[in-house]
Design a protein around this ligand. Structure first.
Ligand SMILES: [Zn+2]
Length: 94
């Protein structure tokens, strides 16, 4: 079972959250065309790597969170609010 650290409620069980989808797609420009919008809505990668996801804390604060999780190990690298940018790569030690 995943343990997700909500920035407002603290560490909670996965059962308190609902997965709400991939957080990486960016909305195409208004004049991008039907194919671009179809890809935005329906096409998703299935990575075996770090992945940014939306999780809704339904049994807590009911806020939408960005969770960066490894899809193979389920390790969670970061949990952030909507206002914070998502970083998929680890910062180098420079
Ligand atoms: Zn919460």
């Amino acid at each position: 079972m995943l343990r997700i650290s909500c920035p407002w409620c603290g560490e909670r069980d996965e059962t308190e959250f609902r997965y709400r989808g991939d957080a990486t797609p960016t909305r195409p420009a208004a004049d991008a065309g039907l194919d671009a919008f179809a890809a935005y809505v329906y096409e998703r990668d299935n990575p075996c790597d770090w992945h940014a996801e939306w999780w809704l804390h339904v049994a807590g604060c009911r806020k939408l969170l960005k969770v960066v999780r490894h899809t193979l190990t389920h390790e969670i690298r970061s949990v952030s609010s909507l206002a914070e940018p998502v970083t998929l790569r680890k910062e180098s030690g420079r």
